[in-house]
Each structure stands twice: as structure tokens, then as C-alpha cells.
Ligand binder design. Structure first.
Ligand SMILES: NC(=O)c1ccc[n+]([C@@H]2O[C@H](COP(=O)([O-])OP(=O)(O)OC[C@H]3O[C@@H](n4cnc5c(N)ncnc54)[C@H](O)[C@@H]3O)[C@@H](O)[C@H]2O)c1
Ligand SMILES: [Zn+2]
Length: 363
């Protein structure tokens, strides 16, 4: 595959997303094209660092970058302010200045952690995203949201801080555990359903091979996904709140994650169940024709739903949904498919319908 470049326009700057197999080996050069070589910090978790840290360091050093590596244990427990504080210490010790890039090499956890640190160190230093999980490649590395967890809530402390550059090497997905790949595919399918019919049709044809980790097809899926997200984020500037369509599957998805203490479902697994639930609500509201809803459901089903844990009840999930509603002081907002490749943002207050839908998720 030859490289592909996508420009993403955010409120006040435009950044480049580079997608290319082998892109990691050119990391030093790609960053140098944007920022003159000097000091830099490479942030990674120990899983990713042991696989790709050496390649990244070599690529940076060969282009005259003086790199400090900052490695954290894998998993959500590293995404907090105590770790950010240690990262600041390391940045000060290494003499990083306001032009020194922070390079996030890892999944969404590392992107959020390093991104949050980059947004605040010296009032903001350049952030370079090198996403390594499918979820991070198709979602969290683009859009500019960065955050860390607080003991009282996930992603409670955060800001919007667009990266200066995103470098995506789909070849890195080869080492991703299968479960993580599947969870990332949920977000990929989401884009097909909410805004790109042609991509949805392509996914119908190619899902099997994507599930088996076919690298050329994964690279194509990543490109289509980023383009979809970029279109939505850009359109949002003219059509307020359109960005919310990206939350398709996330209303019930987030409630499922919260009701299970963020330990049973991966984010994408919960979103997959949430998308199926949203399709049901769309059918009940006559928002979608049955041929389309059946095709959407079939694609979701092919990806494979995760079994809910035995103690999970509809009440627990509804409780989390209500909590969400209280926080926003509004109706429950759902993103519902209105066909293949289109979605609508709809307030739903039919409690009976919500209860039935939540129960369907449990069966
Ligand atoms: N900022 C946003 O817009 C946004 C959007 C969605 C999710 N998120 C955040 O992203 C995080 C979830 O992201 P994630 O699913 O990537 O989780 P993650 O970063 O924890 O990565 C998942 C696991 O895969 C491993 N891994 C990553 N790349 C690998 C590779 N190439 N080979 C082998 N192993 C690899 C990691 O070490 C980790 O164990 C959450 O913290 C979530 O809040 C942020
Ligand atoms: Zn998501």
C-alpha cells in the first residue's frame, strides 16, 4: 500500500494524518518536517514499548532527536493525574521546552495521557499521535479530545487539544490481541452506519477478512474511518451538534460500561451492544425501513456480541442511563440510524421502550 494523507480541520488549525504501512520507521523524519529536531519525549505503555519502542527510538535518533522515553504500565490505571505529574517531572528533568514534541506511541490510553500532559506542560507543547490499537487509529487519535481519569469518574479531567500530526502505521495492528481488534471494529462499523453507505457495503463484503486481521483491508478501513470522523468533525463547525452522531451506540454503551464497573466490556464491545439497541429503538420509532435495519443488525451480529455478566440487570443499566440524563439535565439523547449511512439525533423519553430495549441487550 502506498501512503495516504488526510487533512483534518479543527477549530483553529489543520493537521495531517498520515496512514502508511511502515510509517513508524520514518517517525523521526515525519516529525522533523514539522518541527526542527531537538528534544522530544516518547510516551508509551510497556506492552507497546517492548514491541515498538526500539524502532521508534531508532527512527527518532537517526533524525537527530534527543529522546526521553517515558514508559507506564498498560491499562486504564495509568491514566491519572499522578502519572501525569511524574511525566512533567521527567519532562523538566530532560529539559523539554515549548517546542519539544510529546509523542504518544500506544492505544487510546496513551493518547489521552500523553495528550493531556502535552496540552498543559508549558501551556501546551506539540503533540504527535502514533496510535497503535485499532480503536486509537480510527477514533481517539483524531478529534482532539484528551483526558485522564479521576477516582470519581472516567475521563473527568480533560480538554480539547488537537495533535499537530498523526502517524498511523496499520502494520502495527498485526500484534494487537484479537479481542482488541474486534472492539476497534465496532467503531469502524459505526462510521459505515452513520455516514457512509458505500463503506457499509464494503464492510459487508470484507468483515470476515478484517476479523482475520487482513492488513491491506485493515489499512483501507482505517483510512475510511478517519475520513468519516474528519468529515463529521468539520461539518460540526457549521451544523452545531452534528458531531453527536459519533455517539451512535454510546448512550447504552456507556451505561453498560459504567454498570459493570468498566471491567467486563471493552469500550468497543459495549458500543456494539449499544448500536444494536439503538437499531431497535429506531425500528420502534419507524425511523428506519426493515431491510436496512436487518442488514445493520446482521453486520453487528457477525462481529459478535459479548455475553453480559450474570449479575447484570436492566435496572442497573437504566440507573446509569438516568444518571447520564440527570447530569445533562435533558431527555435521553439517542443517535438513531435512519437508513444505511445516515443517522439522526433524537431525544427519547418513552421509559417502557427504553426498558424493553435494555432487556433485549441482556438476552
Ligand atoms: N480521546 C478520545 O477521543 C477517545 C475516544 C475513545 C476512547 N478513548 C480512550 O481510549 C482508551 C481505550 O483505548 P484502547 O482500546 O486503545 O486501549 P489501550 O490503550 O489500553 O490499549 C489496549 C491494549 O492493547 C495494547 N496494545 C495497543 N497497541 C498494541 C499493538 N499494536 N500490539 C499489541 N498490543 C497493543 C495495550 O498495551 C493495551 O494493553 C480509554 O482510555 C478511552 O477512554 C479516548
Ligand atoms: Zn467510542
Amino acid at each position: 500500500m502506498t501512503g495516504e494523507e488526510i487533512m483534518v480541520r479543527s477549530s483553529n488549525l489543520t493537521y495531517r494524518v498520515l496512514i502508511e504501512n511502515g510509517a513508524l520507521r520514518d517517525l523521526g523524519k515525519s516529525v522533523r518536517l514539522l518541527i526542527p529536531s531537538g528534544r522530544a519525549m516518547l510516551v508509551s505503555d510497556s506492552n507497546v514499548f517492548s514491541l515498538y519502542g526500539e524502532t521508534a527510538l531508532k527512527a527518532l535518533k537517526s533524525e537527530k532527536w534527543e529522546v526521553t522515553a517515558f514508559e507506564v504500565p498498560p491499562g486504564e490505571q495509568s491514566k491519572n493525574l499522578a502519572v501525569v505529574s511524574r511525566l512533567y517531572d521527567a519532562a523538566v528533568d530532560a529539559g523539554l521546552d515549548r517546542n519539544s514534541p510529546v509523542i504518544a506511541l500506544g492505544g487510546g490510553m496513551i493518547g489521552d495521557l500523553a495528550g493531556f500532559a502535552a496540552s498543559t506542560y508549558m501551556r501546551g507543547v506539540p503533540l504527535v499521535m502514533v496510535p497503535t490499537s485499532l480503536l486509537a487509529q480510527v477514533d481517539s487519535s483524531v478529534g482532539g479530545k484528551v483526558a485522564v481519569n479521576h477516582p470519581r469518574g472516567k475521563n473527568l479531567i480533560g480538554t480539547i487539544y488537537p495533535p499537530r500530526l498523526v502517524i498511523i502505521d496499520p502494520g502495527l495492528l498485526g500484534s494487537l490481541p484479537e479481542r482488541q481488534l474486534l472492539a476497534g471494529l465496532a467503531e469502524v462499523i459505526k462510521y459505515g452506519i452513520i455516514e457512509n453507505k458505500e463503506f457499509f457495503l464494503w464492510l459487508e463484503e470484507n468483515l470476515d477478512r478484517l476479523l482475520r486481521g487482513d492488513s491491506a483491508r485493515l489499512a483501507r478501513a482505517v483510512g475510511e474511518s478517519i475520513r468519516a470522523k474528519a468529515r463529521v468533525v468539520e461539518a460540526d463547525e457549521h451544523e452545531r451538534d452534528y458531531r453527536r452522531v459519533l455517539n451512535f451506540g454510546h448512550t447504552i454503551g456507556h451505561a453498560l460500561e459504567a454498570a459493570t464497573g468498566y471491567s467486563h466490556y471493552l469500550h468497543g464491545e459495549a458500543v456494539l451492544a449499544g448500536m444494536a439497541a439503538a437499531v431497535r429503538i429506531a425500528i420502534a420509532g419507524n425511523l428506519i425501513d426493515s431491510a436496512s435495519s436487518e442488514r445493520i443488525y446482521a453486520l453487528l451480529n457477525k462481529t459478535g456480541f459479548k455475553k453480559p455478566p450474570s449479575g447484570l440487570t436492566a435496572e442497573k443499566i437504566i440507573d446509569k442511563l438516568k444518571h447520564d440524563k440527570k447530569r445533562r439535565d435533558s431527555d435521553l439523547i439517542f443517535v438513531l440510524p435512519s437508513g444505511i449511512g445516515s443517522a439522526k439525533i433524537v431525544p427519547v423519553n418513552d421509559e417502557q421502550l427504553i426498558k424493553q430495549t435494555v432487556e433485549s441487550v441482556l438476552h
